[in-house]
Design a protein around this ligand. Structure first.
Ligand code: TA6
Length: 307
């Protein structure tokens, strides 16, 4: 079904967005959102009466074949570089291709979008040639729920990785901490890809940080001290969480990171990666979902920075 054939609720409009890419704009009593068909990427979510929750680089590209820098990129069917295939795009092909808008509906005051990606000659020619159908359900309301369902439509078991690579907007990364991952083993991608024992206490940021937490179903909370707000990231069907901030030097080397934007964002990504990759038998499917909720404004608390 083409998006033009869909019967859109009054709160939804479809049209050209940045770079001429097609964007679905939601404006309801519960808030607003923007979702590009390119990569099925939500780039904006603003709950009613609140500040934007997702971060989007002012320098992002919006072009076929390029990833949008911000919002929630979908990393699938692999995460990071693909071992042994240097030509393969980092984080898979899902964020680089157009998805089909399969359904748009109002559910009470919420708006529900369903986008679909199926295997194609392009994907079958990639280093991951399997038959699949991915259905991505976005529910925009007081909370934001993103649900990725992957079905094996082929005749052989396949293994995949996945990540909802969420970029959250914060007032100051130096006054931000991520709670809830205490004790979870993690791989420090900057030093040693092998998992190391977990640490007590929240994650705080004083330098480039790139941690893959494994074997954890825990919810995380981003406490944004500078904005006196917290965002809770609840998840289902996910055993990995990635925490990332590029810090100044890495961000400066990325053309789609504007000057000093790195201080205004943190990634807390809902995933199944590395040893948490998913094995999927023919005819079966797997769902991973994340729900973002903003908590009541916090009484402003002076931040004690990690040493
Ligand atoms: O999720 C963290 C990470 O794997 C980092 O290593 C960094 O590369 C980030 O993803 C962004 O990757 P991208 O390909 O979007 O530039």
């Amino acid at each position: 079904m083409t998006s033009s054939a869909l019967d859109l609720p009054p709160s939804v409009r479809i049209g050209p967005g940045s770079g001429g890419l097609t964007v679905v704009r939601v404006a309801s009593s519960r808030g607003s959102a923007e979702v590009y068909l390119h990569g099925a990427q939500i780039t904006s979510w603003v709950p009613a009466g609140a500040d934007p929750v997702l971060w989007l680089s002012a320098a992002s590209e919006f072009a076929a074949g390029s990833a949008i820098r911000g919002g929630v990129p979908i990393c699938f069917p692999w995460f990071g570089p693909l071992a042994g295939v240097p030509s393969a795009p980092k984080h898979g092909f899902a964020r680089l291709v157009d998805w089909t808008l399969d359904d748009v509906r109002a559910d009470g005051d919420d708006v529900v979008l369903v986008l679909v990606l199926r295997d194609s000659a392009l994907t079958r020619a990639s280093a991951w040639p399997h038959r699949f159908e991915a259905r991505y359900t976005i529910t925009v309301g007081t909370h934001l729920t993103l649900s990725l369902d992957v079905a094996n439509t082929g005749t052989a078991t396949f293994t995949f990785e996945e990540a909802l690579h969420t970029y959250l907007s914060v007032g100051d990364i130096g006054a931000t901490e991520v709670r809830g991952l205490d004790g979870a083993p993690f791989a420090d991608q900057l030093r040693d890809p092998q998992a190391q024992p977990g640490e007590a206490g929240p994650v705080r940021f004083t330098a480039e940080t790139d941690r893959v937490y494994l074997a954890t179903a825990a919810a995380a909370t981003v406490v944004d001290g500078a904005s006196a707000r917290s965002v809770t990231i609840d998840k289902l069907g996910s055993r990995s969480t990635v925490v990332w901030n590029p810090w100044q030097a890495k961000a400066a080397a990325m053309a789609d990171f504007g000057a000093d934007e790195w201080t205004q964002m943190v990634c807390v990504e809902t995933c199944n990666v590395k040893t948490d990759a998913v094995d999927l038998a023919p005819g079966s499917s797997h769902t991973m979902s994340v729900t973002l909720s903003i908590d009541q404004p916090l009484p402003h608390q002076p931040q004690n920075r990690a040493t």
